[in-house]
Design a binder for this molecule. Structure first.
Ligand code: HEC
Length: 203
């Protein structure tokens, strides 16, 4: 009997819950108050910039004109290496791809450089068997693109600002949000695009 009542209650409550509109102000207040000791520089990130707000409002599938505006705005944030050389050191790139250091509560005050945490979402080298699958595999990334200069530049731009290539991407904007420096982004590009990088040699 009791089970029946619970089952009935769940059946009755579920559609009602699903239909309840989300009160954005209440939700935002709850989120803000959940971070009472957040570093000051987090304040703007809890609210989100214009791009985040537009992507959230559209649940990451922004209408064409909004997506185009996001892409244009994000492309404008990209700073390029002054010598137009996009390839750094793949060994340093591999180290930053492995490192998830930075921007966490425990990382303040910062004691080392930030990482890119690429393995959290991507397969890269064959040797690393622990990786996430939210993003596509980047194994043999350069080889598959014949190490073409346009592909090297595109990889740099993707890492610098993921929304510049795909509006409302769920990949972080590493350069635009100053998570990684230009030099670090070049190192990540080297990991993807150097012929002797383990990403391409398969070792
Ligand atoms: C939170 C998850 C996440 C992290 C962390 C992340 N990425 Fe991504 N990445 C994605 C997703 C999802 C995509 C596919 C959608 C897109 O293109 O934005 C992607 C796409 C890419 C692409 C384009 C792939 C293609 O099809 O051409 C490259 C290159 C890339 N990521 C490199 C990196 C590098 C390098 C790092 C570390 C500095 C990194 N990503 C960190 C989620 C992530």
């Amino acid at each position: 009997m009791r089970l029946t009542i619970i089952a009935l209650a769940v059946t009755l409550a579920t559609p009602a819950l699903a239909q309840q509109p989300v009160d954005a102000t209440r939700a935002n207040t709850a989120i803000q108050s959940a971070f009472p000791t957040a570093p000051a520089e987090w304040a703007s990130r809890l609210t989100g910039d214009e791009t985040m707000q537009q992507c959230s409002a559209a649940r990451n599938s922004a209408a064409k004109d909004i997506a185009a505006a996001i892409q244009k705005r994000e492309q404008a944030t990209i700073l390029y290496p002054t010598d137009n050389n996009f390839i750094g050191d793949w060994r340093r790139g591999e180290a930053l791809a492995q490192s998830g250091y930075g921007l966490r509560f425990t990382d303040y005050p910062p004691r080392q450089v930030n990482g890119g945490n690429c393995y959290a979402c991507h397969q890269l080298t064959k040797a690393e068997v622990s990786y996430g699958t939210l993003g596509p595999s980047l194994s043999e990334y350069g080889k598959l693109r014949d190490y073409k200069p346009e592909a090297v530049k595109a990889a740099y731009e993707k890492i610098y600002d993921s929304h510049a290539a795909l509006p409302c991407s769920t990949m972080p904007r590493f350069g635009a949000n100053q998570v990684l420096t230009i030099e670090q982004i070049k190192d990540a590009v080297a990991l993807l695009m150097s012929p002797d990088s383990p990403v391409n040699t398969g070792k």
